[in-house]
Write a protein that binds this ligand. Structure first.
Ligand SMILES: [Zn+2]
Length: 269
């Protein structure tokens, strides 16, 4: 599943091809995605593309009259290709640009979405989101204040989009290891200092993943056609039963919700 680093990598790949161009037309071949493709999209013609941004795992394409929101879901990819390039299976939506290129959305499992919000108001899906992990509003104090009185496991706490967006399963496990925090510890029972370390670890892990071009999506293709997948060194994720890279103790696994979490019982308290 594309995580925040893959979405950021996609944004950086496609941005130079879209900003300042004109969106000439939209072709929708399959509208049944996670939510139906916004009907307002069909009528879009000759719209200047003002800017591209990312919010959580949404790619936002700002037009003069509104905002396009693309989510990659489980298996979505975006590529900038020549308009004449033959279609592949699951190429559901094309945004045709005045450069003769198209931004092509492919999604075999169709959990992604392509939505359009007219006007300047942010879409309702974005309204309840917590801060960006790499932004200035996200820091140890924020985690500390928000967690007081909470009994939920710290791993679930940091994976909650209302706490902070974009901390997926892999990144949560790696950050908790780097901060030396046990994933099952109640969120309300962690000190300010330890939350400072955790916030720093989340920022470091995500920044490194963005540098590497994203971690999880094996067939991820960068907008320029180069493979965007680089194996990133992982300390705990997927390593339960193997020795801790720091102390040699065998890593254990706990469950949080439906997900398994690996951790070192020695290094993480
Ligand atoms: Zn250890």
């Amino acid at each position: 599943m594309p995580e925040l680093p893959e979405v950021e990598t996609t944004l950086r790949g496609i941005r130079p091809h879209l900003e300042g161009r004109i969106l000439s037309a939209v072709t929708v071949r399959e509208s049944r995605l996670r939510w139906p493709v916004s009907e307002a999209l069909y009528g879009l013609k000759d719209c200047p593309v003002i800017a591209l941004r990312r919010r959580a795992k949404y790619l936002l394409i700002e037009l003069e009259a509104g905002q396009l929101m693309i989510h990659l879901g489980m298996s979505g990819t975006l590529r900038v290709v020549d308009a004449a390039l033959p279609l592949r299976k699951h190429d559901h939506v094309d945004l045709l640009l005045d450069s003769g290129k198209v931004l092509r959305f492919n999604d075999p499992r169709r959990f992604g979405s392509v939505l359009y919000q007219p006007g300047a108001e942010p879409h309702a899906l974005l309204a309840a989101l917590g801060p960006e992990p790499l932004g200035e509003d996200f820091h140890g104090d924020w985690l500390f204040r928000r967690s007081r009185g909470r009994k939920v496991a710290v791993k679930s706490f940091i994976m909650d989009n209302a706490t902070v967006v974009g901390v997926g399963n892999i990144y949560a496990q790696e950050s908790l290891f780097l901060a030396g925090i046990h994933p099952s510890r109640p969120a309300g029972r962690i000190s300010r200092e330890r939350y400072q370390r955790l916030a720093d670890a989340i920022k470091a892990v995500l920044a490194r993943a963005i540098e590497a071009g994203g971690t999880t999506l094996k067939d991820f293709t960068r907008a320029d056609g180069q493979p965007g997948y680089f194996a990133q060194s992982l300390h705990v994720y997927g390593r339960a039963g193997q020795p801790c890279l720091q102390c040699g103790t065998l890593l254990k696994a706990d469950r949080h919700g439906q997900r398994s979490t690996s951790y070192c019982p020695q290094c993480q308290r």
